[in-house]
Design a protein around this ligand. Sequence first.
Ligand code: NAD
Length: 244
Amino acid sequence: MKTALVTGAARGIGLATARQFLEQGWRVILLDRDVPALTEAAKGLDHGQPCICDVSRPEEVQAMLAEHFPDGTELHALVNNAGVADFGPIEETDFDRWRRVMETNLDGVFLMSQACTPALRAGRGAIVNIASISGLRASTLRVAYGTSKAGVMHLTQQQAVELGEYGVRANCVCPGPVATKLAMAVHSPEIIAAYHDALPLNRYGTEDEIAAMITFLCSEKASFVTGQIISVDGGFEATGIGLP
Ligand code: NAD
């Protein structure tokens, strides 16, 4: 049985991804720092194993590694999905706020990927990092969030270049807006309306629509796809217009 590790799996896009892996016969480690949400999410998921860990804390990542990936363990998919949102312009983003975003969105992807690299090499696995359309297009509101996600895109290409010789692929998915807890905390009614107008498909995406691309990229069907940054965004990138 193939094993996937999904971070931020207690809800939203991560939980939908874990469910799709399970439906496709994978064993899944659902990792999250939100204990009640993860406990609830893992209920009734056969072959789903909850793992409490904050991806931004090196000591917790090392403890996760020791528990789940003893030497020689194979990992076939790592989905770095855990993320936090922040909408703020440069002058209102103090350093603590900037660090809070970077620690989860960028440091967390680095720490998890580095920790899992031996197991990914052993399993000739795939990495999928979740960035955002906010990392592709600058806007007046997303100095920390957008910058963190642009970093995730470059880190993905580094991974693809460095790990290709071991049969490890790395790709990045940039979702457009999806009505999860993360998005709804920062999307005002005005932003929601503007997104509906801006997207050629005139609607938000669903968690399952993002998860479908993630699980495809981890599958054998994507065996020659690596180093790619793929938007799943209802056509937003094609419009060339600014973020709401
Ligand atoms: P969500 O808030 O529903 O879920 C995120 C999960 O990550 C939560 O369960 C949370 O507890 C967990 N998490 C956060 N920080 C963590 C940490 N340091 N360690 C471990 N777990 C942590 O969010 P979502 O909308 O499903 O977002 C998933 C990913 O998709 C994020 O990286 C986000 O930036 C990205 N994204 C979302 C949207 C959107 O519109 N929803 C758009 C573009 C990109």
